[in-house]
Design a binder for this molecule. Sequence first.
Ligand code: T6T
Length: 332
Amino acid sequence: MNRRSILKTVAASGLAIAIGLGSLVAAPAHAQDKKTIALIPGLTTDAFYITMRKGAQAAADALGVNLVFQGAPDFNPVLQVPVLDAVIARKPDAILIAPTDTTQLVEPLRKATEAGIPVITVDTFIGTGKYQTGAGDADFPLSYIASDNVLGGRMAARALAEAIGGEGKVYVSNVKPGISTTDQREEGFKAEMAENFPKVTVLETQFNDNDANKAASQLQAVFARNADLKGVFGANLFSALGAGNGVQQAGQTGKVRVVAFDAPTSIVDNINSGLVDVAIAQHPAEIGYYGVVSAVAHLTGQSIPTAIGTGFTVIDKDNVGDPNVAKYIYSN
Ligand code: T6T
């Protein structure tokens, strides 16, 4: 191969990686002007955010920027705000954050913008999630990168309705009101049931504060009040884990059907044993990857989309063994 065709081949393979990165894949930054991007997760010990961090780190390595990962041990705005303040004080070049409350993070994040630090929200949003519109007082983040959570809730409703034969009592095991993602999943779930499954009764939502043990006790309490309970939708990792454990502890595996949002490693056993019918895996690594790419694009003078949607993979007993599906199971 002559020099020109080698260059062409290199350029072509580079193109696939660089789609959307524009000039960002050019020369790596010099050590002293290496940009630093901070990623603040909803909480540090959740496999969803651990997987997001891996995607973010992959992009940071590819683009020659530093990634700092700093968060609180629980999904709680009271704990997240001091972490955010500490990150702002270190003056990173950009902040990626999963805000733990749609309203309580607005003013703390405004401080970042006022300090000249661009903000992108990942996974969750503040305000309405419609950014850079000139409307409302929470549209200042540059971009929102996440799953379509209303759609995810609708997908969960269809899966659960199918599992229970289109009729009977179900409920949503959820974290707490005020979190954009889980609020939207519940909204989508209820809308889908109301529109397309009139024989399904959705009981009152049980809020577990992201505590799987509480979600398990709540399942048993709901079952004690409703012996004809047919199913439960666990609206995030801990809600689903706990609701599934509750079903197992009540001796109802396969009788009270479970649809889980998120895909921790334990989901494989839970699907294989029949405890969980369907898990809707988000693509957190994609969220992290595009978060860093977008931040670097902005920092190098490119315009960026105000919203980027990432995908889902629906996992059930028929495909859980397929490596192309299993790769979406979250890292620990
Ligand atoms: O479901 C994810 C995330 O999307 C949500 O905002 C909070 O809970 C998780 O992190 C799972 O625990």
